[in-house]
Ligand binder design. Structure first.
Ligand code: ACO
Length: 464
């Protein structure tokens, strides 16, 4: 790898300088220092500000060159007019990576300044931004953002072109218990772009999946080539905004992106093996299923439910998405028939009836998960007055722990307060659980799509 291609200093720096660090709470340069301190980063932290002695009890330096220790990452939060000079200081100091938080560049038509900054940095300093809220990287305990101080750690690297949406999602992921391995606010992509990050995260051991919020691409070819390589290692899910003509115009005025013709993007995503989600809900549903489950080894899906209606809805959704409901062999049917009420159904969907308690769920899940002719299971539960959803949730969690053949399971809990509690407990235990049957099926669809993709690679095939 060419030295200038290496972007690891953004994620695992030895020392970080915050240029524009401020003593005033609420100012961006203050909040970044606070987040870096609070996140427990173990490398050196060096505030830089000629007008301050110290910031948050850390010694403050007048200029980068005053710092004796090694600094490989600089976070720049000074007004736009000062950025050029700071970038020159970075190069002089031997800094390898700079996150330019500052706005006021190409996004407001100031292309010239942006190009000048990039050309000064060329081949010596890599840049994320300008116009970014920063970078979070869990494995280094580095929160170099002015977003929330607390972020739930997980397995997904999230790359976002929208700053405000990314900041909101930082909070939301923690609230909803979706952890992230990294969050990168990519800003104006003057230097480091989606392709560089996809390449990096495809090799990053702390990342299992990559999620991108994208409005447009500067270099489509580079991105799709990097993605084709990366999907061999990890799934990539993209939310591409600007599907409609009006949406595309909005994207253009938001980040200056050329949203392009949407059908072309759809085809290119498909060819590169990128999964395109409709929006945030679907993207996070898919990511959750992909992160928390093994990939199915085959196509046979079994639905287990206590509600006939829920089973029918799930069946319709499976059909619509091209998921194959397994024909259950007679010996399997007999085994289930022996323990279910006579008014239940042992066809697929397996309807355990409203009498189904945690014990029955546990037994039936064990039976189907043990079978080599079943590849994945969708477990559905409708709240009834006689059964405690929390016990059923525990039965599903226990069944997953006994799932020695490593089959993927998605679940849905539909109902009131107790179902919500059950759902939250399962989420906490990293079970791919959803509040509707349709979403549990859609999440299984993501796993099946990944299975089909890996099968193509195994056969030595390229994606279409
Ligand atoms: N080196 C280091 N520090 C310096 C220098 C220098 N050469 N010159 C001045 N400073 C200090 C200042 O003294 C000040 O510190 P102080 O509070 O102790 O006085 C600090 O640097 C910051 O300078 P200010 O002039 O106070 O600038 P301010 O903090 O108001 O704004 C900022 C700087 C935040 C970078 C602003 O220009 C900006 O771009 N804001 C928008 C950022 C943004 O939204 N980015 C996109 C995020 S994504 C999204 O959409 C949410």
């Amino acid at each position: 790898m060419n030295k200038s291609d290496d972007i690891s200093s953004f994620f695992s720096p030895k020392g970080v300088a915050i240029v524009g660090a401020s003593q005033t709470p609420g100012k961006i340069g203050h909040e970044i220092v606070r987040n870096i301190k609070l996140s427990g980063f173990s490398g050196g932290v060096f505030p830089v500000n000629p007008n301050a002695e110290n910031v948050l009890d850390l010694k403050c330096y007048g200029r980068l060159s005053d710092i004796r220790a090694e600094v490989d990452l600089a976070v720049i939060a000074v007004p736009a007019g000062l950025v050029e000079g700071v970038v020159r200081d970075c190069i002089e100091k031997g800094v390898k990576a700079a996150i330019i938080i500052t706005s006021g560049f190409s996004e407001v038509g100031n292309k010239e300044l942006e190009e000048r900054v990039v050309s000064i940095a060329r081949r010596r300093l890599r840049i994320i931004g300008p116009n970014t809220f920063g970078v979070f990287y869990a494995a280094s305990r580095l929160n170099a953002t002015f977003g929330p101080g607390k972020v739930l750690w997980g397995k997904t690297a999230f790359i976002t072109q929208s700053g405000a949406l990314g900041l909101a999602l930082m909070d939301w992921t923690t609230e909803e218990k979706y952890g992230v391995s990294s969050i990168v606010s990519i800003g104006n992509k003057a230097d480091v772009d989606d392709a560089d990050l996809v390449e990096y995260f495809s090799r990053d051991p702390s990342t299992s999946s990559i999620l991108i919020y994208m409005e447009g691409l500067r270099d489509g070819r580079k991105f799709f080539e990097a993605s084709r390589r990366a999907v061999r290692e990890k799934p990539i899910v993209v939310i591409k905004a600007g599907r409609s003509a009006r949406g595309a115009r909005a994207a253009s005025s938001h980040t200056g992106s050329i949203a392009g013709q949407d059908t072309i993007f759809t085809a290119a995503f498909e060819q590169a093996g990128i999964m395109r989600a409709e929006g945030m809900t679907q993207a996070f549903d898919w990511i959750q299923a992909l992160n928390e489950n093994p990939v199915p080894k085959g196509e046979n899906v079994v639905i287990v439910t206590n509600g006939g209606g829920l089973g029918v809805l799930a069946t319709d959704k499976c059909e619509g998405l091209g998921l194959k409901l397994a024909e259950l062999p007679n010996d399997l049917k007999d085994e289930i028939k022996a323990i279910t009420p006579s008014f239940g159904s042992v066809k697929n969907p397996i309807d355990l009836t409203a009498n189904a308690d945690d014990v029955l769920y546990g037994k039936v899940l064990d039976i189907v998960l043990r079978r080599r002719d079943v590849d994945c299971v969708i477990a559905l539960f409708c709240q009834t007055a006689n059964i405690d959803p929390i016990l059923v949730a525990q039965a599903m969690l226990d069944a997953r722990d006994r799932d020695i053949l490593e089959k993927p399971i998605t679940a849905a809990f539909v109902g009131g307060h107790l179902s919500q509690v059950a759902y939250s407990r399962m989420l906490e235990k990293r079970f791919a659980v959803y509040p509707s049957a349709e979403r549990a099926v859609d999440a299984m669809y993501a796993l099946m799509a990944r299975h089909r993709q890996l099968e193509k690679f195994k056969g030595g095939g390229e994606l279409r």
